[in-house]
Design a protein around this ligand. Structure first.
Ligand SMILES: [Zn+2]
Length: 569
């Protein structure tokens, strides 16, 4: 476990005055002086605009309101599980924070024991002592850099050791890798590691199921409770696909693999509690009809588009009332595309949940000021919320396009491209989302002037690059920025304002779509890595422009005030 490793390292440090331990993951970040840390915590906190997470609940019945409460309680438990996955022992970190955040040269008797509420708040935002918007850099003095495999693997395990180890469950999304008493690698299933917490969460979901007013939602909640206890999610994912027209929604469990940056195998726990906007959802449904047609016309050779896009898909608009765990750490998710299980996707397609109130909050707090700061005055009027909403919505739909399996016999794209797979998958969804808009505009299904979509897309790249290289979304936007720049899709004036070239922008969308689809279909790890390395960095010029956004005090993301009290339940 990571926490034990840290304690060991600290123990050694105490004896050897921190001269040793070179090459340990925990020792790679150079210590900064106390003042830099103190100042930067407040600055880093200011990068998150506070948003109250509320929604209109007046149309819900008393039972439904009670179910929302129960789902929020169950969701809250995911916070604890995710804390352990991302870091280790939260309680010990916070209890000993005065010590962890003291200068390594200071004697324990002289350590400042002030409570440091700012530091605690920032640790809570990041679910650990590493800044998710700053490449997971450490902001607590005695804690070094974050292990790439977070707390899913032993911090001292090498990639080679893992690959030479024969164990059928080692790549399972639902096991921890640990060492036994003889230091041999073993797997521990999530449901064993977390047996106490998931019993409680499952109980709460079952109570919510008793109150559910549609049979499909009732069935899903019961199966999801069962799945948490067994780590077999297939049945509940299938049942979730059948939940239609229910005013409430909960997404809960170990779901995304972003937190495992070592291999991308392990899923991290999270929860969303959502209220469905039934009226808006109707408007969105019709776009799903076009998926098979759009799949056929993808800008890639035929071999890369032979899989059928799922048509039994549900595209809905929601207001979020609770976030926990993975989705609540650092930058906040604005749309959901699930399930991730390729078997369920092949059988039933997927569901795309657009989180309208979160998008609106980010647009108002972040996109509006970015537009003013970085987009050419003549094009600023093209940046608007409708285009932002469309770009994001079609990003989610576009996850359903392309292919899930390599065409070279290397298994699924996810298996073949391992830690690179989410970066490319997010990149694919971004460009194919714009591709879909182009196609639907041609059919006159949506507003046909592409200027708002393209300009808002460019402004959106600046927003997302600020998530940092530690996030798949941040990395994929750096790739797109450099790729588009190389193709003249936009230009930058001497005063740091960007202007879109609409014709070249369209061409760059097609070219990048093709490149990513081919990389995914080939499943060639080395090629994908070379591609990401070629395009995935921030130039000094771009960094200067991004710094300008920070100097203007434009927040990078939002943090929620949320929960049962905030909702007045
Ligand atoms: Zn995505």
């Amino acid at each position: 476990m990571q926490f034990k490793t840290l304690l060991t390292a600290i123990g050694i440090c105490g004896l050897t005055a921190c001269s040793g331990n070179k090459g340990r993951q925990e020792q790679t970040v150079p210590a900064k002086d106390a003042e830099t840390y103190t100042n930067s915590i407040q600055t880093r906190l200011n990068e998150y605009a506070k948003v109250k997470l509320t929604a209109d609940l007046s149309h819900l019945s008393a039972n439904q309101k009670q179910a929302v409460k129960l789902m929020i309680e169950a969701g809250g438990i995911m916070n604890d599980l995710y804390w352990y996955e991302a870091y280790g022992n939260k309680g010990k970190l916070l209890d000993s924070l005065f010590w962890y955040d003291s200068d390594p040269k200071t004697d324990i008797a002289d350590v400042d024991r002030s409570p440091r509420p700012d530091l605690r708040a920032f640790i809570e935002i990041n679910y650990g002592p590493w800044d998710r918007l700053d490449g997971n850099s450490s902001f607590v003095k005695r804690i070094g850099s974050k292990p790439k495999g977070a707390n899913f693997y032993p911090a001292d395990m090498t990639v080679e050791e893992f690959e030479n180890w024969t164990n059928p469950d080692k790549k399972s999304p639902y096991t921890f890798v640990r060492r036994d008493k003889t230091a041999k690698l073993i797997t521990v299933p999530y449901h064993e590691m977390f047996s106490r917490q998931i019993q409680k969460a499952a109980g709460l979901l079952r109570q919510a199921a008793d109150l559910a007013e549609t049979p499909s939602f009732k069935k899903y909640l019961r199966l999801r409770a069962e799945a948490l206890l067994t780590d077999k999610y297939f049945e509940s994912d299938m049942a979730w696909m059948d939940v239609k027209n229910n005013p409430l929604e909960v997404v809960i469990g170990p779901i995304e693999n972003y937190e495992d940056q070592l291999f991308g195998f392990k899923s991290a726990h999270e929860a969303f509690v959502l209220i469905k906007d039934l009226e808006w959802s109707k408007k969105l449904e019709r776009f799903v009809r076009y998926l098979p047609d759009l799949q056929k016309n993808l800008p890639a050779p035929d071999a890369y588009k032979q899989e059928k896009a799922g048509t039994n898909s549900d595209l809905g608009a929601y207001d979020a009332v609770f976030y926990a765990g993975d989705c609540n750490a650092g930058s906040k998710t604005i749309a959901i595309n699930l399930p991730n299980d390729e078997k369920v996707q092949m059988a039933k397609g997927s569901r795309r949940l657009q989180l309208k109130n979160i998008m609106r909050a980010k647009y108002d707090k972040i996109m509006v000021p970015i537009n003013k700061a970085l987009i050419n005055e003549k094009q600023q009027a093209f940046v608007n919320f409708d285009a932002f909403f469309s770009n994001t919505m079609f990003h989610e739909v576009a996850h359903g396009l392309g292919i899930k399996n390599t065409i070279t016999g290397k298994g699924t794209v996810r298996e073949a491209l391992k830690d690179l797979s989410s970066t490319l998958e997010e990149g694919k969804a971004d460009v194919l989302g714009i591709y879909m808009i182009q196609q639907l505009a041609k059919k006159n299904e949506i507003e046909s002037d592409m200027k708002p979509y393209y300009t808002t897309f460019l402004a959106g790249i600046f927003r997302s690059i600020r998530f940092g290289a530690s996030s798949a979304h941040g990395r994929t936007n750096m790739i797109r920025f450099n790729y588009f720049k190389e193709r003249g899709a936009f230009s930058r004036s001497a005063d740091g304002k960007y202007t879109v070239d609409y014709g070249k922008f369209a061409q760059a969308v097609d070219a990048l779509s093709k490149d990513i689809l081919v990389l995914q279909g080939d499943g060639d790890y080395a090629k994908a890595k070379a591609f990401i390395e070629k395009y995935g960095s921030v130039s000094p010029e771009l960094q200067k422009d991004l710094d300008k956004l920070s100097d203007f005090g434009i927040p990078r993301d939002i943090v929620f005030e949320q929960g049962i009290d905030v909702l007045g339940l």
